[in-house]
Structure formats: structure tokens, C-alpha cells
Design a protein around this ligand. Structure first.
Ligand SMILES: *Cc1c(COP(=O)(O)O)cnc(C)c1O
Length: 226
């Protein structure tokens, strides 16, 4: 099978699984944005995805994302851990940043852009009891959200999380669902929820995800890539 057919088939399967999960959660597939995470895959895959109608792409590294963003029109998302010194460069190609968890990152991002509503952000919340794995504590979210909203250049979309490896995703995303409800009560305009990867996107959709970030289920195992 050639690469295009392989990707097309995997994409159709993921679409069907998203549809079923949305159905089971009493939701509509149209409420959910599929972001195809192209990190570590070649730029030729990005071109194929674009031909197949994909318009949302995700990357974890500045240099790789910048290079690939030249290959496809669409919305580029950044979801990796952010180094402060890379923020202004990331802001040049990524329209949506999913991994904001510190006030300093918000200040640097705002300083890097001038036009209103240029960049959208999700605040990453940690579902892990151990510190240092990325994401703010739930108690820090309101302060971060208020800071984002002070800047007209930025649009606050909502919350993002990654399920901890050693926790059942159903449990992790139930906890996230509760955090998201509390957050939306305070910030009703920021109703987005970026959650779910190849291994757990169905649970995330059942628990209210509006954005899923999927790589290997569509592009294959990274270790096996040609
Ligand atoms: C790599 C990555 C993804 C995609 O992971 P897959 O398991 O390949 O679907 C999603 N979100 C984040 C934050 C990632 O780093």
C-alpha cells in the first residue's frame, strides 16, 4: 500500500472512532476539532494530510513546526513543553498554543505579537500529583486565565491536559471534566477542552473534549516510520 492510501485508511478509521465516541457521549462530531500531530513525521506526510482535507496540524518543537508550517495551509498548533526563549519564534507560525502553564510565558507571548486576537491559548492543567511534568495546578488556573484576558492580542480558548501514563484515562478525564466545569463557570467564553491522544481520545471525547490531538493512530508508530 502506498503512503497516501495508508494515511487515508487510518484517518477514516480515526474519524469513525471519533464519531462513535461522540455518539456515545451524546455529542456531535462537529463539536470536536481533530488536530493531526505530525511531529517526527516527514513533511511529505503533511502534504498528504492536506490533500486528504486535514486543516489542523500539531507540532511539539519550534524549528520543526516552523519548517512544516510552510508546507500546508491550515491552522498550526503547538502542544509541546515551552521554553520561554522560544515563545516569540513559536508565535510566528503557531496560531494556537496548548501548553501555557506559567505567567511568564503569557507575558512573553503577548510581548511578541501586536495585532488583536492573533494567537489563541489553552492553559495546560496537570492531572498528575507529582510536580514537574508540565501543567499548572488547578488552583493556578484562574490567575493564569485573568492574565491572558488582559491582553487583546490573545484569545483564551480553555484548558488542555495530558492523562498521566499510570492513571486510567477514564479517571484522569473525569477529574479534568470537573476542573473544566469549575473553570467554565468563572470563564464562560473559554469553553474549549483540548484532551485526548491516540491511546485515549475516545475517553476524552466522552468527557467533553473539543480538541483531540492525534498522531500515531493516523501516521503509524514513530519507531516504525520509514
Ligand atoms: C505527541 C503528542 C500528541 C500525539 O500523540 P499520539 O500518541 O501520537 O497520538 C498529543 N499531545 C501531545 C501533548 C503530544 O506531545
Amino acid at each position: 500500500m502506498d503512503r497516501r492510501d495508508e494515511i487515508a485508511q487510518a484517518l477514516t478509521q480515526v474519524e469513525a472512532r471519533m464519531e462513535r465516541a461522540a455518539d456515545r457521549g451524546g455529542r456531535s462530531r462537529d463539536e470536536i476539532t481533530l488536530i493531526v500531530v505530525t511531529k517526527n513525521y516527514p513533511v511529505s506526510d503533511v502534504a498528504i494530510l492536506q490533500e486528504l482535507g486535514v486543516r489542523n496540524f500539531g507540532e511539539n518543537r519550534d524549528s520543526e513546526g516552523r519548517a512544516k508550517s510552510l508546507a500546508a495551509v491550515g491552522t498550526w498548533h503547538f502542544q509541546g513543553q515551552i521554553q520561554s526563549n522560544k515563545i516569540s519564534s513559536i508565535a510566528k507560525w503557531a496560531k494556537v498554543i496548548h501548553s501555557i502553564d506559567k505567567p511568564k510565558q503569557i507575558e512573553k507571548l503577548a510581548a511578541a505579537i501586536t495585532d488583536p486576537k492573533t494567537t489563541s491559548v489553552f492553559l495546560q492543567v496537570s492531572l498528575d500529583s507529582r510536580p514537574g511534568r508540565g501543567g499548572a495546578g488547578p488552583e493556578e488556573l484562574a490567575g493564569l486565565a485573568e492574565l491572558v484576558m488582559q491582553y487583546p492580542q490573545l484569545t483564551l480558548l480553555g484548558l488542555m491536559a495530558v492523562a498521566p501514563i499510570d492513571l486510567d484515562p477514564e479517571i484522569a478525564f473525569s477529574e479534568l471534566h470537573q476542573i473544566h466545569i469549575d473553570f467554565q463557570y468563572k470563564f464562560p467564553s473559554a469553553s474549549g477542552l483540548s484532551a485526548g491522544m491516540s491511546g485515549d481520545f475516545e475517553s476524552a471525547i466522552m468527557k467533553g473534549a473539543t480538541h483531540v490531538r492525534i498522531g500515531s493512530s493516523i501516521l503509524g508508530l514513530r519507531s516504525l516510520k520509514r
